[in-house]
Design a protein around this ligand. Structure first.
Ligand SMILES: [Zn+2]
Ligand SMILES: [Zn+2]
Length: 159
């Protein structure tokens, strides 16, 4: 389900399950009452194929002025983060908000049937990424633990 925000002209792809919302996730203006003006693009399966491609107008300078500050702050919060992630919903970079420790009480590693160490052993950490536009969150293995997994998978002994 797609709609074009009348305020910032951004094409919004709404979640199929929750449907359209009142606020534009890009400029946070009310768009509910303008729903009749919303351009609903093709409802067919064709629309779904396109939905995982980046929006064409991204970064095209269509954002209103109050977005300069917002974007600066987003950059400020992303500065120095060790890993990156992209929001699957908005195709925008996500902010690494922190790390979640996973310990033995919450994770039981699976022992590989053909031998070798488990791929992942507690404690390890997950980086929690937050999309500054739609607030979707995403977990990714912390950079340090990524290195540990790569080392295990590169070990020729277990091939
Ligand atoms: Zn908007
Ligand atoms: Zn998003």
């Amino acid at each position: 389900m797609r709609q074009v925000c009348p305020w910032c002209d951004t094409e919004i792809v709404w979640d199929e399950e929750t449907g359209a919302e009142d606020l534009c996730p890009h400029c946070f203006n009310m768009i509910n009452e303008y729903r009749t003006l919303g351009v609903t693009l093709e409802e067919s399966g064709e629309a779904e194929e396109k939905s995982d491609q980046p929006l064409a107008s991204e970064g095209g300078g269509v954002l209103p002025r109050n977005w300069d500050q917002f974007d600066k702050q987003v950059q400020h919060y992303m500065e120095g983060q060790q890993d990156e992630a992209e929001c699957e919903h908005c195709q925008e970079p996500m902010i690494a908000a922190g790390e979640m420790e996973v310990d033995r009480s919450r994770f039981l590693p699976r022992i590989p049937e053909l031998g070798g160490p488990p791929l992942l052993q507690p404690p390890f950490a997950l980086t929690l990424f937050v999309c500054p536009y739609c607030f979707v969150t995403k977990n990714k293995l912390s950079p340090g633990d990524q290195t540990r997994i790569t080392a295990i998978l590169e070990n020729k002994k277990f091939r």
